[in-house]
Design a protein around this ligand. Structure first.
Ligand SMILES: Cc1cc2nc3c(=O)[nH]c(=O)nc-3n(C[C@H](O)[C@H](O)[C@H](O)COP(=O)(O)OP(=O)(O)OC[C@H]3O[C@@H](n4cnc5c(N)ncnc54)[C@H](O)[C@@H]3O)c2cc1C
Length: 480
């Protein structure tokens, strides 16, 4: 049974903050029973069956995986929010949409809320996540206090920063479900105010934009991200919590006819409810809904509001990839086949201008999303790399660069643009997320993602290889 999140520390503001009343709290006994059931079904799977996680949604950009063999949809819901300790106890497959709906009534939110509503807490920790608070709070896995994990060996262990399974705690981020599945997590929360005042500033080139990122990321703002329309038109957007709207100002609504990313070019200052701020990029999947026609005023009016969401668009793209409609249409029209280029990469801020210059010249996709991040772990806490499988340096300011589109394929070189990006990322001392296509050779991959440490973790937590190996999962294009 699920019950309604019912307590609020600022009830009158909740309505203004546009938090719907939804069933997101799951009683602990129900969660424990669902987890025990999942563990039992995992252990009963015949050894020759490849384990594939089944969830109602996914934000991976690898399509065509065979059907799942382990349904985990029961492991969803927020078990408890503790306003005094500022923590949430959450089932592993809970979406951030549900998580935020459970915490906002308490005047709290997770330290980092990835932009897409159906990204789950377990998915963001096992597969990395980022948002405009990452310049201060790092990545979602850095605010996990403890995780209950079903390992590949079929055991349930509790991983904490310093306990017996600290190696799994540090090696779980970027393992993509190849060491085990997070069943339950306790995470830190931070206080919110009902509104976010956003300020869009324009920069004429990447050097000026990078200098501003460095400067703004050391100020007291609450949020920072950016959008590059082309080499001469780049915006940084800062956000600050505010308790009330200025007199005569109403909060903007970008879930209707207006489109958030277009507002950057039209206005300098804006106000959104905290909930609308958190999901500002979901309504149009950043700008990717454009390819489906949803930004055309007529189509937009006809497209039901409840379907203006990233998970709806992703399902449409998945169908297209499965049946190859767009490729066939391009062939019929005599156009070239497109190479999908959907990637998020982390570049040290000092190398951002060089990356963007090469990107505009060699790839040419726009817009591009920028999101500064600095690991939460302080340099003095760094005993080697804090996060084993995604080796970033504590203290260094990185900028996540996200681009999600396609470009005409080069004849005979179907992966040329993706390979170029991988080379550029390596040359500029960056890292690439693994949620989309991966084109490294196995040797290159393990040099970049700490092969020796991964093999030790695999040996300890999945010695019989029930779960796939990370390289074969992410480079095979079909892994879930
Ligand atoms: C266009 C696009 C834009 C994106 N932009 C952003 C962005 O701006 N910010 C951001 O944070 N992310 C972004 N992502 C990436 C997204 O966060 C990752 O793909 C994330 O891993 C998806 O989480 P999910 O819950 O949907 O997991 P899924 O897609 O279902 O799974 C991701 C992987 O994690 C594994 N997994 C899922 N749940 C668990 C669990 N409980 N325990 C262990 N392993 C598990 C799965 O086996 C799978 O390998 C973007 C992706 C796309 C396609």
């Amino acid at each position: 049974m699920r019950v309604v999140a019912e307590r609020s520390i600022f009830p009158s503001d909740v309505a203004r903050a546009n938090v719907p009343t939804v069933n997101v709290i799951v009683p602990v006994a129900d969660h424990v029973a669902a987890a025990a059931d999942l563990v039992r079904r995992y252990r009963e799977l015949p050894p020759d069956v490849r384990v594939r996680l089944g969830k109602p949604s996914s934000n991976l950009f690898r399509f065509g995986a065979p059907p799942p063999t382990l349904d985990a949809s029961g492991l969803s819901g927020v078990i408890a929010v503790d306003p005094a300790a500022r923590t949430a106890d959450v089932a592993g497959m809970t979406t951030y949409e549900d998580l935020v709906d459970a915490t906002l009534p308490h005047g709290l939110m997770p330290l980092v809320v990835p932009q897409l509503k159906t990204i789950t807490l377990g998915g963001a920790v096992a597969g990395l996540g980022i948002e405009s608070t990452s310049f201060r709070h790092g990545l979602p896995h850095e605010s996990v206090r403890r995780m209950e994990i079903l390992t590949g060996a079929g055991e349930v262990v509790t991983a904490t920063p310093d306990g017996e399974h600290a190696d799994l705690y540090r090696g779980f981020p970027n393992s993509y479900g190849t060491l085990g599945y997070a069943l339950r997590l306790v995470i830190d929360l931070q206080p919110v105010a009902p509104y976010v005042r956003v300020h869009h500033r324009r920069y004429p080139d990447a050097t000026a934009c990078t200098a501003a990122i460095v400067e703004l990321s050391s100020t007291e703002i609450d949020f920072l991200d950016g959008t590059v329309f082309d080499a001469g038109e780049q915006y940084l957007t800062t956000g600050e919590f505010v308790e009330a709207l200025p007199p005569g100002v109403t909060a903007s609504d970008y879930t209707g006819q207006q489109i958030f990313y277009r507002s950057l070019q039209r206005r300098e200052v804006d106000h959104l409810t905290v909930r609308d701020y958190l999901w500002r990029w979901d309504t149009d999947w950043f700008w990717c809904s454009r390819a489906l026609g949803v930004q055309h005023p007529v189509v937009r009016r006809l497209w039901p509001r409840r379907h203006r969401r990233s998970d709806v668009y992703r399902r449409i793209v998945a169908l297209d990839r499965r049946y190859g409609f767009s490729d066939r249409l391009n062939t019929l029209r005599g156009r070239s086949i497109e190479e999908p280029v959907v990637q998020d990469v982390e570049i040290p801020a000092r190398n951002l201008p060089a990356f963007l210059e090469a990107f505009h010249r060699d790839i040419g996709i726009s817009p591009v999303w920028l999101c500064p991040l600095r690991l939460r772990a302080a340099p003095e806490q760094d005993r080697g790399q804090p996060w084993t499988l995604y080796p970033m340096r504590p203290g260094e300011l990185y900028v996540n660069v996200g681009f999600w589109s396609s470009v005409p394929q080069r004849p005979g070189e179907p992966d040329a643009h993706n390979r170029r990006i991988e080379q550029l990322v390596t040359d500029l001392d960056g890292h690439k997320s693994l949620y989309s296509s991966v084109h490294y050779t196995e040797g290159e991959f393990w040099k970049l993602y700490n092969g020796p440490a991964y093999r030790a973790l695999k040996q300890r937590y999945d010695p019989r290889g029930r779960l796939p190996d990370l390289y074969s999962k992410v480079a095979g294009q079909t892994g879930r």
